[in-house]
Design a protein around this ligand. Structure first.
Ligand SMILES: NC(=O)C1=CN([C@@H]2O[C@H](COP(=O)(O)OP(=O)(O)OC[C@H]3O[C@@H](n4cnc5c(N)ncnc54)[C@H](OP(=O)(O)O)[C@@H]3O)[C@@H](O)[C@H]2O)C=CC1
Ligand SMILES: CC(=O)N[C@@H](CCC(=O)OP(=O)(O)O)C(=O)O
Length: 354
């Protein structure tokens, strides 16, 4: 059994990590931290976890020394900026203890390879640039081999996960022109658990609205970085998010002009081939389209492709659960790989539908 620490147990990704680790057969959550709920048991904070062993874990204040000494793996589910600081502290203590420790960071601190780009989009000074060079981007469908050998994994953002998986076969095979529009919609849990007026029930319920459109959202450089690596040339995207009145789920509709005439059947076969060995990407049969409820609470990314022959566009629809595939379940998949466990250990559950 591997011992895990979770920094930031009270956020939505922390809550989801606790839910997943409650039944993980090889990773036991032994340490969970929060500044506000320190001293409580996990089951007092999350009654849905009562009767699981994890429920009796006592939440504590963040203590890097204790975490580095006791844990084999640490999940950072804290805001950007805080995560890099914790990673730096924990790794340097582990070094003095001559101990190997794995860190899965759910924030964006180690996702963007160019620190100047990170600083421009996040308005945070990057203070751990050595760690940045050794971090591996945790999209396991593409980078599993590197993840297996890594000790610091940058868990991808929720929108980038759905966007990159949707576009990977098209860009790898040069099917589309460099004129990509990503129309993205997310459930409200994507905004985190902190109180903010824009997430109030009356602001979200029975409403639908865009935000940060027109190249302003901070996921734009992350998506462009990864798509450029796949296409082996610089890719630009117009990424436009919207807020859905649902708890969980992301649905992206992606539009790109085709680079050459090719049938939907051929593209479908190509997508199916590229994802043949990816158990958690489902390329849907022709005629079916993704829905958020079909992936809810699971690691699946459902993808459908269509060709609009009138406008010469490839249209890709991709759906994930933002908290599961877009954050915590993807983090546990990455933990499995870097600990030498089979990818699906403890996370092979069917989606919760309806
Ligand atoms: N929500 C989502 O769908 C996704 C979120 N992410 C990322 O995951 C991380 C966590 O997100 P989410 O769960 O939504 O965030 P929340 O804002 O809901 O939770 C943040 C957590 O971090 C703790 N925290 C906040 N500030 C500090 C601090 N200065 N020092 C130590 N702990 C702190 C909080 O606990 P306390 O205040 O009690 O200490 C809380 O447990 C973020 O980096 C986010 O960007 C990534 C992908 C998807
Ligand atoms: C609906 C909503 O507000 N979503 C969040 C994205 C959450 C996410 O993926 O977080 P990272 O900050 O870790 O990249 C947003 O748009 O800011």
């Amino acid at each position: 059994m591997y011992k895990a620490g979770l920094i930031g147990v009270t956020g939505y990704t922390g809550m989801e990590l606790a839910r997943i680790l409650a039944t993980h057969p090889q990773i036991e959550l032994t340490h969970a931290t929060s500044r506000q709920e320190s001293g409580k048991k996990i089951e007092d904070l999350y009654p849905f976890l009562r009767s699981y062993k994890i429920g009796s874990v006592c939440i504590s204040d963040y203590d890097a020394q204790e975490l580095a000494k006791e844990c084999d793996i640490i999940f950072l589910a804290v805001p950007h900026g805080t995560a890099m600081q914790s990673a730096g502290e924990i790794f340097s203590i582990a070094k003095t203890l001559n101990k190997t420790i794995k860190i899965i960071d759910l924030s964006a601190d180690f996702r963007i390879k160019n620190p100047e780009t990170y600083e421009a989009w996040y308005q945070i000074k990057h203070t751990e640039q050595d760690l940045l060079t050794r971090a591996v981007y945790g999209l396991f469908d593409i980078y599993a081999d590197s993840i297996k050998n890594a000790d610091l994994i940058a868990n991808p953002g929720c929108y980038p996960t759905a966007s990159i998986l949707g576009l990977y076969p098209a860009l790898k095979n040069a099917l589309i022109q460099n004129d990509i529009v990503i129309d993205a919609k997310s459930g409200t849990s994507g905004a985190g658990r902190k109180a903010q007026a824009s997430s109030l029930f009356c602001e979200v319920y029975d409403n639908f609205r865009p935000y940060s459109i027109g190249g302003k959202h901070r996921h734009t450089p992350e998506i462009e970085q990864e798509l450029s690596a796949i296409a082996k040339k610089e890719i630009f995207v117009s990424f436009n998010p919207h807020l859905l009145p649902i708890e969980r789920g992301i649905l992206n509709t992606i539009y790109a002009p085709l680079a050459k005439a090719i049938s939907a059947e051929k593209i479908h076969a190509l997508y199916a081939g590229e994802y043949e060995n990816s158990p958690f990407v489902r390329v849907l049969p022709s005629g079916q389209l993704p829905e958020t409820r079909n992936v809810r609470g699971s690691l699946f990314c459902d993808i459908a492709i269509s060709v609009d022959t009138r406008t010469n566009k490839l249209i890709i629809a991709s759906a994930i659960d933002n908290l599961a595939r877009g954050a915590s379940m993807q983090a546990v998949a990455n933990a499995n790989l870097c600990l030498g466990l089979p990818l699906a250990t403890g996370i092979n559950n069917a989606p919760l539908c309806p």
